[in-house]
Design a protein around this ligand. Structure first.
Ligand SMILES: [Zn+2]
Length: 579
């Protein structure tokens, strides 16, 4: 007999790479299989072999379609996973867009990188060395998470809850062709779902506590570097799609022997879910309830419903992206949006909104449609310049069953709340390029959200030194990105290798976030304790903080304890035994 365990294979002391392996006496279930995004030393983790045999996993449950939750599913299938991927149909449809696009980008990136290496053989060698070192550091880090005998601090645990964490050696073996030349990481760290290409920075030495002997034992036999291999291809992504089996919200399904899953609306993006796993080790025996928050949305987000509040669980995996931070009120966000549009209209200028294709673009269009209905903004033409966003909007339109009451009412009234009157959708690249000749004033919403690539960069070239242009940021700007430099008030930026003067106006709105802020996270968690005492049935024995950077988790953890919960912040590759 073995106790139930969770191994934290991603989203552990970082936001991205969501992947949790739940092992019971009778089954092995994987919650999410996401891509690591952001800095190169994090994204190299995508190249680390799975810590388990994918062929032996009984079921996969997917919280939502953002790349940092679903992005490694093609690798899982490629390495032998033959079972079902359970997800809402909204998630399955959005994940189709995301995974095919990701496969395509990885193929393109590998090709481009190979060309670059042929042209710069001297620099390529150094680049490869750096890659190999980064890979080795990640392997070591994973192995140390797996080899350290760590008893979790339990002094804070309520009486009767002795959750000990032991970590077992992760089977780390390098597979052939396991390292690609460079790291193309679609997606920003905190507001994922987009494509970001990062350049390789020197790898800082990792400071994880390691045991040299264990490191040696876990060393891969040999690093086989294939410079041309993409992480996965469009074909791999296509093969993955056949494994999806849609599940409705609030319907319990036995996904593996003794494991019953229920998907509850997480209010994050269309189709997003909080997943409740009810584990019954013996028929008729006691059950353990594990709740995985996935990414939690905010109450009041347009179009989709508010996050579901749950009131009972034995263990909770709670996201912590915005630990220690509060969002600006949504009313203020909308006020700034309207004001900016009026200023652009008065100046006869151009408004450029860099936006994430899934979720944010649909919300912005929804808000613009409301503002125009209410007569708060003049009617400017709106160019929607992102094929990915257009396809995502189609998925949104197909799933009115997921809409909140406000949007459902608008539909009943004959409104088209997901469309802005007079919007111009540009799928063709030539149409995109022609926008610069359009009569002013007008607005453009284009991907990607952090100006790290995509069509938005083309528009920026024309607008950066135009005093009548305004760039309006509506999302998180990753550290070191062009977006973050502009946001910080840079007067010059490097664009296409050239230094350019910033003469356009730059404004930011922080109130459009797809993630709960700290108060909202605490409110969500607090419902588990309401009317109960530690030790009561349904009172969580432990709350694991996941999907957060260490800083955010450090800020959030004491406040979660104040609610009365025992907490634990798992390391990457740590295994925790649930008693
Ligand atoms: Zn997400």
């Amino acid at each position: 007999m073995r106790a139930m365990q969770i191994q934290f294979l991603g989203g552990a002391t970082t936001v991205t790479g969501s992947q949790f392996l739940v092992t019971t006496e009778r089954a092995t279930v994987l919650v999410d299989c996401g891509m690591f995004q952001g800095s190169p030393n994090e994204s190299i983790r995508n190249r680390i072999p799975f810590a388990y045999d994918p062929a032996k996993v009984d079921a996969v449950v997917l919280t939502h379609a953002h790349l940092d939750h679903c992005g490694l599913l093609p690798l899982l299938v490629k390495h032998g996973y033959a079972g079902v991927i359970h997800a809402t149909s909204g998630t399955a449809e959005l994940a189709t867009l995301v995974l095919l696009d990701s496969g395509h980008l990885h193929e393109e990136f590998a090709k481009r990188e190979a060309r670059w290496e042929r042209r710069h053989p001297d620099r390529a060698a150094a680049d490869d060395r750096q890659q190999a070192e980064a890979y080795q550091a990640a392997v070591d880090l994973a192995a140390s998470g797996g080899s350290e005998e760590a008893a979790v601090e339990t002094s804070d645990a309520p009486k009767g809850s002795v959750a000990t964490a032991t970590t077992t050696a992760a089977s780390m073996t390098a597979t052939a062709g396991s390292v690609a030349p460079a790291v193309s990481q679609p997606g920003p760290p905190s507001e994922p779902g987009e494509h970001v290409e990062t350049t390789i920075e020197p790898e800082p030495p990792h400071t994880w506590p390691t045991d040299p002997e264990t490191e040696m034992r876990n060393m891969p036999p040999m690093l086989d570097i294939d410079l041309d291999e993409p992480l996965y291809t469009v074909k791999d992504a296509q093969a993955t799609l056949e494994h999806f089996r849609p599940i409705d919200y609030d319907q319990e399904r036995e996904i593996a022997p003794g494991v019953f899953a229920t998907f509850l609306d997480a209010g994050h993006i269309l189709g997003s879910a909080i997943i409740r796993l009810r584990v019954v080790e013996h028929d008729g025996g006691p059950e353990t309830v594990l709740v995985c928050s996935g990414d939690l949305g905010r109450p009041g987000t347009p179009i989709i419903r508010d996050p579901t509040y749950l009131t009972a669980a034995d263990y909770v995996l709670c996201e912590s992206t915005y630990g220690g931070r509060e969002h600006e009120p949504q009313d203020e966000a909308i006020r700034i949006l309207a004001e900016t549009i009026r200023l652009v209209a008065d100046a006869g200028g151009v408004l450029l909104v860099p936006s994430f294709a899934i979720g944010r673009t649909q919300e912005v269009v929804w808000e613009l449609d409301r503002l125009i209905e209410q007569g708060k903004i003049p009617s400017l033409p709106l160019y929607l310049d992102s094929p990915m966003a257009s396809k995502a909007s189609d998925v949104y339109r197909r799933h009115s069953e997921y809409f909140d009451e406000e949007t459902a009412q608008l539909l009943r009234d004959g409104d088209t709340p997901l469309d802005y009157p007079g919007q111009i959708i540009t799928n063709d690249v030539r149409d995109s390029q022609a926008i610069e000749h359009a009569p002013r004033p007008y607005m453009i919403v284009a991907s990607n959200g952090m100006l790290t690539g995509g069509r938005v960069v083309g528009h920026l070239r024309h607008l950066i030194d135009d005093p009548n242009a305004t760039i309006l940021f509506v999302g998180y700007q990753g550290e070191g990105t062009l977006g973050s430099h502009l946001q910080a008030g840079a007067t010059t930026v490097k664009l296409d290798g050239q230094v350019r003067q910033v003469r356009c106006k730059v404004r930011s709105i922080s109130g459009f976030s797809a993630h709960a802020d700290e108060s909202e996270l605490l409110d969500w968690l607090g419902r588990f304790a309401a009317g109960k005492r530690p030790g009561d049935p349904g009172y969580p024995r432990r709350v694991f903080l996941v999907h957060g950077d260490p800083e955010a988790q450090l800020a959030l953890e004491p406040k979660v304890r104040t609610l009365g919960f025992a907490t634990h912040v798992p390391h990457w590759h740590e295994t925790v035994t649930l008693d």
